[in-house]
Ligand binder design. Structure first.
Ligand code: FES
Length: 64
């Protein structure tokens, strides 16, 4: 699903960026360009970021 139409960024790309170490909207903006044009994708991108960080956190706890 496309999250950011201005830069054609999908939720999958955001997830990959978060898995690769991006942990804030600022980092996602720098890496993928989300939320840097019209700003409509901000909320959705933040949600994907939050969900992915939560998933990674769960995995981290299981691994620990
Ligand atoms: Fe992401 Fe416009 S949809 S900046």
């Amino acid at each position: 699903m496309y999250v950011c139409l201005c830069h054609a960024v999908t939720d999958r790309q955001i997830r990959q960026a978060v898995c690769a170490g991006a942990c804030s909207m600022r980092q996602l903006s720098q890496e993928l360009g989300v939320n840097t044009q019209c700003g409509k994708c901000g909320k959705c991108a933040q949600q994907v970021l939050k969900n992915t960080l939560a998933e990674l956190g769960d995995q981290g706890q299981k691994a620990a």
